[in-house]
Design a protein around this ligand. Structure first.
Ligand code: KG4
Ligand code: ZN
Length: 388
């Protein structure tokens, strides 16, 4: 197979990223410019600010990715960019820049689905470790700020196809982490903060009822409300739901009169420019830490339980867990432990490749490069881009 150096560009949410990957199996450079500081005061991503920050960062980020890879605009073989899903304005920055580069340099342009990118982050790193043997069927849980999706992934000649067998009916798991952290005055993004605080609380302290994380295994012939993916088959589905637990946390806060202490924490942490774990701990009482730990445990148990049930139902040989929430320590440990008990190998990307990056986009582009599956110059951003 021909070697190819692919420049990947990712701008779907709040990270401007560029990377060079060789032939889908060797990460040469990987630059991520985070916008956390811009969005932090608002407790979440502000789409207009995200687009503006991408505009500011895209040129230097791409230049740095090329320089660190000892590549030039001319030397790369193709340019790959995220087409969606994501924020339309943010996606357009990466797409416009990638189109301009491809046109000016006369290079092939490859449009990549962000969710496919998350799946290929795992494949890239496994190939890099020398693991070229993958047992099928593969089930991939993509769990991020916008998605909690289960896909059966199949390799067909040079390309990949995906069948969605479950997704969140409302909030994504990462979204629940972010909303609960915001609600508790812990700042943004919530996942990494809750991940570090949870070991300091008692995960059994607060009981969340199963009805608060609705398990709705069912056969579904209808289109989907969120995610835009339709299933025409009567195959079992494994959907998630995380808005109920967020409401349960809010109820707990109200019933236990925690609003005042939350406001004090929010104010105190706003004065610290880059709060460390000790700063968070200094402003969290036992009740808050217990709530955080119990919330994380409930989410982890639901994600792992449902995914392993799906793995059994589809008799899969390999499990991938990827996306921002896959960086979570308790989630990794639980998947590894429970997967091992069932004899199911579970693969995660390294933490830097779990969250948004462009290496995964460049890696996912390689099979398309081989298949000459190039994008026409008039393609546009797809905010809701189904993965098939
Ligand atoms: O994949 P990603 O970087 O962006 C999207 O495609 O959405 O995922 C971001 C999400 C955020 O909701 C963030 O809070 C969550 O991933 N996240 C985590 C952790 N690190 C990031 N959630 C739990 N534990 C973490 N360590
Ligand atoms: Zn993502």
């Amino acid at each position: 197979m021909p070697d190819a150096y692919i420049l990947g560009i990712e701008s779907s949410c709040d990270e401007t990223a560029a990377a060079v990957v060789r032939s889908g199996e060797q990460l040469i450079s990987n630059i991520v410019a985070s916008q956390i500081a811009t969005h932090q005061p608002y407790g979440g991503v502000v789409p207009e600010l995200a687009s503006r920050e991408h505009l500011r960062a895209i040129v230097p980020v791409v230049r740095q990715a090329l320089a660190e890879a000892n590549q030039t605009y001319d030397s790369v073989d193709a340019i790959a960019v995220t087409q969606g899903p994501g924020l339309a304005g943010a996606l357009l920055v990466g797409i416009s820049y990638a189109k301009a580069l491809a046109y000016a340099l006369d290079k092939p342009l490859i449009a990549v689905n962000h969710l496919e990118g998350h799946i290929h982050a795992v494949l890239l790193e496994e190939r890099q470790k020398g693991n070229h043997e993958l047992r099928f069927p593969v089930l991939a849980l993509v769990v991020s700020g916008g998605h909690t999706h289960l896909y059966l992934a199949t390799q067909k000649s040079q390309g990949w196809t995906y069948e969605n067998i479950g997704h969140t009916r409302d909030d994504a798991a990462g979204e629940a982490f972010d909303k609960v952290a915001k609600l508790l005055g812990l700042g943004y993004p919530g996942g990494p903060i809750i991940d570090r605080l949870a070991p300091h609380g008692d995960p059994a302290a607060v009981k969340f009822l199963p009805a608060q994380i609705k398990h709705r295994d069912r056969r579904d012939r209808r289109g989907e409300e969120k995610g835009g993916e339709e299933t025409a088959s009567a195959r079992p589905r494994f959907d998630f739901s995380y808005s109920g637990i967020k409401t349960a946390v809010l109820r707990y806060v109200e019933v236990h009169g925690m609003h005042q202490s939350i406001a004090a924490r929010r104010e105190a942490l706003a004065k610290v420019s880059k709060p460390k774990l000790e700063d968070y701990l200094a402003h969290c009482d036992k009740q808050t830490l217990d709530l955080v730990a119990s919330f994380q445990r409930a989410i982890v148990e639901d994600l792992v339980g449902k995914t392993l049930t799906a793995a059994r139902a589809y008799d899969v040989a390999t499990l991938f867990v990827t996306g921002g929430v896959a960086a979570n320590n308790e989630l990794r440990k639980t998947f590894e432990h429970d997967g091992a008990q069932e004899g199911l190998p579970v693969y995660f990307p390294s933490r830097p490749l779990s969250t948004d990056n462009a290496a995964m986009i460049a890696a996912a582009a390689y099979p398309k490069f081989l298949a000459k599956d190039f994008a026409a110059m008039d393609f546009s951003a797809e905010a809701n881009f189904p993965l098939r």
